[in-house]
Ligand binder design. Structure first.
Ligand SMILES: Nc1ncnc2c1ncn2[C@@H]1O[C@H](COP(=O)(O)OP(=O)(O)OP(=O)(O)O)[C@@H](O)[C@H]1O
Ligand SMILES: [Mg+2]
Length: 228
């Protein structure tokens, strides 16, 4: 790994159920700052598991993950790690149901102690960029599935994370809104040098990434284009 590698995954293994499920079998790759990396492969190949390990929602069985040179195995407080360095868009949106979209988007900034007025302004700006300005003060239950997903993308970008992990972020979206989400990811990568790791079935979406890592049965079968 060199200075420009924000993410390094080394010989990663993840078993579930005492080893009966080998979700990840020896995966290694690196990603640079400002790079958009697509993770593709059929259902059950290990995409969500891989993102959960990088986002420290779970711990690997073996191998290591370095983010900005820091070995995640040494991190004792996953909450602080996620709050400061990582944005996560889940396969299912995970918005807080008792908060409006604007409050959901502003929430990650509380951990960084951003002043209230600034949180609110940034939340509204991000929602406007997702064409959700008119829904900012609605609860998640009062908006469509696609609108919830776009709000979840806005929330993931709230802290300008160096690493954005997106698990099937366009699954609920039509092609126009799917393209809009990817535009936002590309702008984040180009303008802020953020690295985006995007798990998707959607090959059109994957085609807009800088590189694609194709996984089968927990192993990398292809990296394209091979730029290394
Ligand atoms: N908590 C768990 N306990 C046991 N097995 C699990 C668990 N989570 C995932 N698995 C298994 O690990 C493998 C990889 O699952 P994963 O969710 O990473 O796949 P995926 O590529 O994200 O699939 P999809 O495209 O359907 O979202 C699958 O065989 C799955 O059944
Ligand atoms: Mg998945």
């Amino acid at each position: 790994m060199n200075d420009t590698h924000i993410l390094a995954v080394r010989q990663l293994v993840k078993h579930y159920d005492g080893g009966t499920v080998e979700a990840i079998r020896n995966i290694s790759f690196e990603a640079r700052g400002g790079e958009i990396l697509a993770i593709t492969g059929p259902s059950g190949c290990g995409k969500s598991t891989l993102l959960a390990l990088i986002g420290l929602l779970d711990r690997p069985t073996a191998g290591s993950i370095l983010v900005g040179g820091l070995d995640l195995a040494t991190i004792r407080d996953p909450f602080a790690y996620r709050a400061c360095s990582v944005g996560f868009v889940f396969q299912f949106h995970h918005l807080i149901s008792s908060m409006t979209l604007a409050e959901n988007v502003a929430m990650p900034m509380i951990a960084r102690k951003v002043p209230r007025a600034e949180r609110r302004a940034r939340a509204l700006e991000l929602l406007a960029r997702m064409d959700l300005g008119h829904r900012a003060h609605f609860l998640p239950s009062r908006v469509s599935g696609g609108e919830r997903q776009r709000a979840a993308v806005a929330r993931a970008l709230a802290n300008g994370p160096s690493l954005l992990l997106a698990d099937e972020p366009t699954g609920n979206l039509d092609s126009v809104n799917g393209a809009r989400v990817v535009d936002l990811f590309i702008a984040h990568a180009r303008d802020h040098g953020g690295t985006v790791v995007l798990a998707t079935h959607n090959l059109e979406l994957a085609a807009r990434a800088d590189r694609t890592i194709d996984i089968r049965d927990g192993q990398i079968v292809r990296i394209s284009p091979a730029k290394e």
